[in-house]
Design a protein around this ligand. Sequence first.
Ligand SMILES: *[C@@H]1O[C@H](CO)[C@@H](O)[C@H](O)[C@H]1NC(C)=O
Ligand SMILES: *[C@@H]1O[C@H](CO)[C@@H](O)[C@H](O)[C@H]1NC(C)=O
Ligand SMILES: *[C@@H]1O[C@H](CO)[C@@H](O)[C@H](O)[C@H]1NC(C)=O
Length: 783
Amino acid sequence: MAPSAWAICWLLGGLLLHGGSSGTSPGPSVPRLRLSYRDLLSANRSAIFLGPRGSLNLQAMYLDEYRDRLFLGGLDALYSLRLDQAWPDPREVLWPPQPGQREECVQKGRDPLTECANFVRVLQPHNRTHLLACGTGAFQPTCALITVGHRGEHVLHLEPGSVESGRGRCPHEPSRPFASTFVAGGELYTGLTADFLGREAVIFRSGGRRPALRSDSDQSLLHEPRFVMAARIPENSDQDNDKVYFFFSETVPSPDGGSNYVTVSRVGRVCVNDAGGQRVLVNKWSTFLKARLVCSVPGPGGAETHFDQLEDVFLLWPKVGKSLEVYALFSTVSAVFQGFAVCVYHMADIWEVFNGPFAHRDGPQHQWGPYVGKVPFPRPGVCPSKMTAQPGRPFGSTKDYPDEVLQFARAHPLMFWPVRPQHGRPVLVKTHLAQQLHQIVVDRVEAEDGTYDVIFLGTDSGSVLKVIALQAGGSAEPEEVVLEELQVFKVPTPITEMEISVKRQMLYVGSRLGVAQLRLHQCETYGTACAECCLARDPYCAWDGASCTHYRPSLGKRRFRRQDIRHGNPVLQCLGQSQEGEAVGLVAATTVYGTEHNSTFLECLPKSPQAAVHWLLQRPGDEGPDQVKTDERVLHTERGLLFRRLSRFDAGTYTCTTLEHGFSQTVVRLALVVIVASQLDNVFPPEPKPEEPPARGGLASTRPKAWYKDILQLIGFANLPRVDEYCERVWCRGTMECSGSFRSRSRGKQAKGKSWAGLELGKKMKSRVHAEHNRTPREVEAT
Ligand SMILES: *[C@@H]1O[C@H](CO)[C@@H](O)[C@H](O)[C@H]1NC(C)=O
Ligand SMILES: *[C@@H]1O[C@H](CO)[C@@H](O)[C@H](O)[C@H]1NC(C)=O
Ligand SMILES: *[C@@H]1O[C@H](CO)[C@@H](O)[C@H](O)[C@H]1NC(C)=O
């Protein structure tokens, strides 16, 4: 493996130099595998849809696994895609604002491009043949029914007769956080700011046959909420107890008094069968309650680091009989410290908090405490059901609830206890991250040695991180393993939507630009050896005796499958599965040449950035190999070993090995031949002295062909196209003209002040090489 010429320059440019360290091993939060946009496309791992105009301006996404379709809401348009690999046959329906609305919006001072259009933000199922879609309608929210056909059909039409006002169902703005969920019977639940100025926050129920219901505009209910998610969650087999939960952040007056405001995260809920009150809370929620969601890391001295801003929520629905788990992604609110955390809440713990004491204080200047007085019956927040409709207690609807109950509910919407996460701490904490995290999706995967929750995180740079958090048990910190970083979009863009299809083993990832379909796993990417498969620690993948393939628990009995997610120990797992490349002696050495006193680079690119890299040198005549000693002259870099100035004693066979989880692997063996300066002088006579003009016809004519052969030997025949670059590098001295062209090749990272030998000579050699190249062998003979 000859060092690629540009790598040398790049390294000399001063980048990626790791002082004199002899081994590198970044922490486990570095992704074990990074796949670029191109890698993903060429391996068929992803397929992108950007729409007919190159960008969708995506605002809403609805994954319909029953119809095998993906519906998208964009700018003045809707799309329907079939869930097949290359997005065959996409359908588009244009839906601009109604005539005059755009002009009206501009007149009201809104931005013509970013606000005065119909941004489609709601896509919800309506019935077996129709979807409900709502858009901002150039600041006049509008809804319509969309015909999508039965299963198997692929149609998309807007029903012109169904267009109506979308006030309360869709925000006015394209960007304001908002959440909605659909409940059978045509009812849509939304959490949003419903007015033109974006000040009036409400939880709203509309559609269906019942009168619309909304939250009281009392400030104690919702303080500048940022809605993240809404979902209907059943509590038991009695449907009357079903509730719609809202997850959001609020900005509330600081609990320690004063004029400060703090951000907190909440889970709030209302009963699906809430009908409002009869005399109090008419057409308003009578069952609304909320509680704080806490996600914090205990620090030294009892100080906790809180992650208070809710970014996204994913509900992990259990196999029957288990409790629903709520995965929540949080960020810090602090201006000085940016961090993200994932906390997991058991639904049962959330219910317990709602069954606990109500928060109470005697006045705005008082401290919050638990309400200790008598709570009226039916307990506020409880849905009318068999439990409340007992004989003699005829509470079949919230309209039958006593005024006392409704007044209590209105005065005490907040629970006293916060909801704490499983194990009392986050499963994942990410600080000092170059990226921000916006979206979370989780898949529970059966592996050979247990069940793992694979977490997919959408970043603000168009990539998805695939992570597992290994719970060591007890209160110990979980171990985080970043399996892959997948650059889904070509340009950095925040991921705004993420859905998973476990059935199809696919992730659907949306950004403003468009959507991507991404396979959850592609096991062959990890390599062709058992050890590589094992070190990947990917719960989706196992070694089946011949290759790294998708692990399916049901098929596990057929063959012995090797997988060790918890420890990633290939020494144990891959005994007797030895592959080429696992033992040092088996990798053949490649010969590379370097010239004495010149710089040389030995490249070694380990598959995993988590592996520690070691270099061994076997000198001719020595007994065994030695560790390569690094110093000012010999540098260990991320991409290999850099000799700033080669000595004849550097000659020998270099072996680059990686160590990961106790498993050592040889990446490359290079036999370095040092061409000593005197040898080279035979080929190239010393530079002409500055006062002497360079001889015409030059050096080559005196020593025909020899130099040409040597160059090819120096750089290897495979690199023939690089002759040009190589000559420039080796034979040009840092004059302006020369460094100019050098700079352009080394991606703007020039090696300042580096001496590359005589320019005149270099130019001549270059043209010689070109000339020789273009001639027939006969002509070369004749020179
Ligand atoms: C990707 O998919 C296309 C079309 O299905 C196929 O022709 C191609 O061979 C696939 N490439 C790889 C690397 O699997
Ligand atoms: C769905 O709703 C639309 C509009 O209300 C109606 O025209 C259509 O017949 C309904 N479809 C079914 C299958 O009920
Ligand atoms: C590289 O080798 C050439 C030929 O021996 C020599 O003239 C030049 O000074 C060397 N460059 C460095 C940086 O040592």
